[in-house]
Design a protein around this ligand. Structure first.
Ligand code: AMP
Length: 408
């Protein structure tokens, strides 16, 4: 198909007709702020350090100008490193979609599956490779792929790659890329360790910050639901019953917790997928795919699924367990309210969680409303007593009445 000349917000950013047409066909009307800022800079060839909250349209912000710069099919000139298999797959898919009206090709390599198909795909000759670091190094060692023609290197979710201990692998990979290249660095947070890596890997980067890095998307409505631990599951069931949801992700702290909740929800006749790191790659893909195509209305997940996964139309996120790390709260609820859609984020809070709940509020710089379900047969909890709560959260009183007892 010949794409007609385009005159829209995306072509005005300098993108060619094939791309500007493709994204409008995908339903993008206006570029998001990170796209408006990053696309012209990337097109100009400069290095970029981008910090953007999840769901801001970051993938298109780098993929669109990259495809534009590639022009037409040739050698493998682009490498995108991702911390997890799911993200690598998702980025490859995004490249495929955006390239629909071009002849640019992309593939993906990640661990946990056989080498054969990936090797064939690599040898077939592609323009863009999305990869997790460990599997890419394996392929490099086996001579399946060389990085000598890389012109653009993207390090995505860099803070996460560091958290997962990928720094040595990432450095080895960067060293194999030509020095004359464009490097794009994206990270939700910018901890100090990243400064060293970026000063080594980037040249005079342009910094792009989108909004307050810490705040979750503004389209999300938050609520805390206080409860005693023994009523959490009943409260969850009641919340599901009273919520008009399309698709919902429930986060637990532990893998066992995820399996347990999933079984109990199945017993309550909900269709449920489960995703955590003890499930094999096939099971994870199946759960995610089933959730994406609507076979599962509920996905139960540990934090492995919390970062970056882009699932359209997630209407609700429920934190069955309060995340220990406030950053994870922002990542978890980033699964809903993506791009411009709105979503709800509910968090069940027990007495043991008071401090973690408070640190989430401090982290996002807002108070989250406490809600009670009318008519639910609540067992009394000191959580319903605001004064006792304030006392519990006060840092100078380490052993308050509420904080007694073993924490998980
Ligand atoms: P990302 O932050 O890259 O994971 O993107 C989040 C979601 O926003 C994805 O579903 C994208 O398809 C969608 N998206 C990205 N850019 C736009 C845009 N300009 N308009 C509408 N949706 C977008």
């Amino acid at each position: 198909m010949v794409v007609p000349p385009q005159d829209n917000a995306f072509s005005k950013l300098g993108l060619n007709d094939a791309l500007a047409f493709g994204v409008t066909e995908m339903g993008y009307a206006e570029p998001t702020p990170i796209q408006t800022q990053a696309i012209p800079v990337i097109l100009s060839g400069k290095d970029v350090i981008g910090s953007a909250q999840t769901g801001t349209g970051k993938t298109a912000a780098f993929a669109l100008p990259i495809i534009h710069k590639l022009g037409s099919h040739g050698k493998m000139r682009v490498l995108v490193l991702e911390p997890t298999r799911e993200l690598a797959l998702q980025v490859e898919e995004a490249f495929q979609k955006f390239s629909k009206y071009t002849d640019i090709t992309a593939t993906v390599v990640y661990g946990g599956v056989g080498y054969g198909k990936q090797r064939d795909d690599l040898r077939r000759g592609i323009d863009v490779l999305a990869a997790t670091p460990g599997r890419l190094l394996d392929h490099m060692e086996q001579g399946d792929v060389k990085l000598g023609d890389i012109e653009i290197l993207v390090l995505d979710e860099v803070d996460r790659m560091l958290d997962m201990g990928f720094l040595p692998d990432v450095k080895r990979i960067i060293q194999k890329c030509p020095q004359a290249r464009q490097t794009l660095f994206f990270s939700a947070t910018m901890p100090p360790e990243l400064a060293q890596l970026s000063s080594w890997a980037l040249r005079e980067p342009v910094e792009i910050k989108i909004g307050q890095r810490r705040s979750p998307a503004e389209t999300i409505a938050h609520a805390f639901y206080p409860a005693v631990a023994s009523q959490k599951f009943d409260l969850l069931i009641e919340l599901l019953r009273r919520t008009d949801f399309k698709s919902i992700i429930i986060f637990t702290r532990t893998k066992m917790g995820a399996d347990r909740i999933a079984h109990r929800l199945q017993a309550e006749k909900h269709s449920v997928g489960v995703i955590h790191s003890d499930r094999n790659q096939r099971e994870r893909v199946e759960a995610l795919q089933g959730f994406k195509d609507g076979r599962f209305e509920v996905l139960v997940a540990t934090d492995i699924a919390a970062r970056g996964l882009d699932i359209a139309g997630v209407s609700h996120v429920i934190n069955y367990d309060v995340p220990e790390n406030p950053e994870d709260y922002v990542h978890r609820i980033g699964r809903t309210g993506r791009a411009h859609a709105s979503g709800d984020a509910f968090t069940l809070v027990t007495e043991d969680d008071v401090r973690d709940a408070r640190s989430i509020e401090r982290f996002i710089g807002a108070t989250i409303e406490r809600k009670k379900l009318d008519g639910f047969p609540y067992v009394y909890s000191a959580l319903f007593d605001e004064k006792a709560l304030a006392e519990a959260a006060a840092p100078e009183k380490p052993k308050s009445r509420l904080m007694r007892g073993a924490r998980r």
